[in-house]
Design a binder for this molecule. Structure first.
Ligand code: OGA
Ligand code: MN
Length: 280
């Protein structure tokens, strides 16, 4: 039986996994199950001093599920290079939207489901800023009053890339706008009822409007829910050191990067474990 030692980090989300090294990631047959279980319980898991190489990162993620292998500005298949430096990632401009709270993959291109989990390993860190923050969207639902639960139960929300990009680029060029609008727009329920029976709120930068509600009222509702979900005492803020790896449950956690200088060397290597559950 695998023993993983899990130490809670934050009140609402976050735990550190102790006693796991690279070898164990590849050879311990019960580790993937134990990691997924800990992820379901804590939302975010931190592995310090792991020093994971890109190939091992992808190989371990493949033990958790199918991995996104779309091109990622990095030679290793399954790795996406997160950097604001356009010489390292020609699509870096889009990544400024990571400064706002979001769930990854709410507007997938091909009808895919939002990703199950995301893993980041720090290759280089920013001198200031660049922490990654996490908050539980399960807790956000659980903390609603009965009346609020009734109010949100049937609401549906339209999500778009345009909504999230407008927050960081409020005055787009016609070309930018056209590129954003080529991406799919998706409607999701505000309350996600998971296969496990748990419920979470689907919030974040990609929310454009609440269906059938005056825009101002919808924005106020979503803003209030997001503000409560991400109140400082509910946030786990990860301050990175090189060689650390973090994985989060994208189904029950919302995240954002604290702003950092685009000229900083900060570089994260990301692997995405694909989802198998629609937002429903
Ligand atoms: C991401 C993301 C946050 C960060 O890669 O999806 O949101 O801190 N990254 O770089
Ligand atoms: Mn993200």
């Amino acid at each position: 039986m695998t023993v993983i030692t899990v130490e809670r980090l934050g009140r609402g989300a976050g735990a550190e996994i102790l006693g796991v090294d690279r070898d164990r990631l590849m050879t311990d047959g019960t580790l993937p199950g134990a990691v997924m279980e800990a992820l379901e319980a804590h939302g975010v898991l931190v592995f310090r001093d792991l020093g994971l190489d890109p190939e091992t990162q992808v190989a371990f993620c493949r033990r958790l599920g199918d991995v996104d292998t779309s091109p990622g500005h990095h030679p290793v298949e399954g790795i996406y290079r997160v950097s604001l430096d356009t010489s390292k990632n020609s699509s870096a401009g889009y990544l400024r939207a990571t400064f706002d709270w979001h769930i990854d993959g709410c507007t997938p291109a091909d009808g895919a489901y939002p990703q199950k989990a995301t893993m980041l390993t720090a290759r280089a860190v920013a001198d200031s800023g660049g922490e990654t923050e996490f908050a539980s969207t399960y807790a956000a639902y659980d903390d609603l009053t009965d009346r609020e639960r009734e109010r949100v139960a049937a609401l549906r929300v339209v999500h778009s890339l345009e909504a999230s990009q407008r927050l960081v680029t409020p005055d787009p060029t016609a070309e930018q706008l056209a590129a954003w609008r080529r991406r799919p727009v998706k409607e999701h329920p505000l309350v996600w009822t998971h296969r496990s029976g748990r419920r979470s709120l689907v919030l974040g930068a990609s929310t454009d409007h609440v269906v059938g509600m005056p825009p101002d009222e919808g924005r106020a509702l979503l803003g209030d829910l997001l503000g409560r979900c991400t109140a400082p005492e509910r946030v786990y803020r990860h301050e990175w050191s090189v060689g650390e790896t973090v994985i989060w449950d994208n189904r029950g956690v919302i995240h954002r990067a604290a702003p950092y200088d685009p000229a900083s060397p900060r570089e994260m290597l990301r692997t995405t474990v694909l989802g198998d559950e629609p937002i429903q």
